[in-house]
Design a protein around this ligand. Sequence first.
Ligand SMILES: Cc1cc2nc3c(=O)[nH]c(=O)nc-3n(C[C@H](O)[C@H](O)[C@H](O)COP(=O)(O)OP(=O)(O)OC[C@H]3O[C@@H](n4cnc5c(N)ncnc54)[C@H](O)[C@@H]3O)c2cc1C
Length: 431
Amino acid sequence: MKKKKVVIIGGGAAGMMAAITAAKEGAAVTILEHKDRVGKKILMTGNGKCNLTNMSDISGKYYGEDIPRIEQCIRQFDASATRAFFQEIGLYTKEKRDGGVYPVSEQAASVLDVLRLTCEHLQVNMLTNADAIAVLPSKQGGSVEYMLYPEPEKVQTKNGKKEKVVCRGEAIRKNIAYDALVIATGGQAASVAGSDGSGYALAKSLGHSLIKPLPALVQLRCEGDYFKAVSGVRAQALLQLYIDGKQCFSEEGELQLTDYGISGIPVFQFSRIAARALLEKKRCEVVIDFMTFLSEGQLQELIAHKESFAYKTMEEMLTGLVNKKLAALVCRQCGISLTDKLGDVSERKWKECLHLLKHFKVVVNGTNPFENAQVCSGGIPLAEVSDKMESLKQKDVFFAGEILDCDGICGGYNLQWAWSSGKIAGQAAAK
Ligand SMILES: Cc1cc2nc3c(=O)[nH]c(=O)nc-3n(C[C@H](O)[C@H](O)[C@H](O)COP(=O)(O)OP(=O)(O)OC[C@H]3O[C@@H](n4cnc5c(N)ncnc54)[C@H](O)[C@@H]3O)c2cc1C
């Protein structure tokens, strides 16, 4: 019997999962990948360790216009199924205290290697340097037009290292027929790894709409010329996000102050909410508690005991509480000098200074660009695909991964979306 031809655009996490699944179902699978290697982004994940899923409950972990659909998809192929899948293809995993799952090797390269080797073993044709530029559907199936670039040449550089040249040379226009097509081109985040947003244009050409993609899991840029002075400070802090004055998210963790604003996991977790709010021209503020170890009651005690520390300078007083750069910043903002003796500082100013460290307000005015983002929010609406991830606009076309309107918080949830949607799309495409 003739094998069903499944073409997959995009050799990322979702594309490779779809390829392995479809090949296991007996399809003849080809991946078109426009980078010179598949799975480049996987190598960047989890700081090179790849947090490939999370065993915690998924409720509240995903965003998008149709959260029940996202959760339903994940439940069909969940974190346990993902671990079992990887073990079956030779990758042992371990779970950390927060439920995050990593390869035992703690190397993202291991994850990519097992996926790539499994693709090879299943005779998946992995065409790299192949940039899909158009989808041409016909009554049954269709074809994909792509530009095949020559393999970038290695050239000798001055310091003796061999590097790949960026220039790609003459490309050949080619065409590949499909019975079923999976579009798994990712979004626009970290385009250095290949996801340049070109998948959106392919989807649009098939009649799909697009929920505006925005950077997510990204640093936030803030108003204020003082950030340069506190750049580099890392502090355990509680962050509360306010949109138009209403508190809508809070997260505790290691905050990083940069010369343009705020960064770190707690910031990443609500960055997509802030990005959407800014798009809608809403006021976006973050209130930072730099002294989570002090309750409001303990803070009042510290304020009240001012006189017992009258002999100390402000610098001496604050040194045991916060980072020196922060101490200098709040003193400056309150009009106090670090060398002022606490006895000479008014009670109002002392209170103002401590209050500021407990409730430091920053106004967010932007996000860093897609280049710095780990994922994209927005994408192809789930309302335009079936439960099998098949396009409701174009027969025999399926979607998987970040190109769809789904983004998760940090912790392995985004790769889980790629595995789950890739699995479902690959299975349905092969049937
Ligand atoms: C720095 C960083 C760290 C991260 N860490 C984690 C983590 O630890 N855990 C986690 O869960 N998530 C993490 N993520 C997010 C996660 O990597 C992504 O959500 C996931 O890889 C998306 O998979 P995907 O297959 O949908 O898209 P991608 O991985 O972006 O793959 C898409 C592929 O399609 C190719 N492509 C695009 N357009 C075309 C075209 N026109 N023709 C041919 N090929 C094309 C691209 O080159 C790419 O290889 C991280 C992301 C980044 C950037």
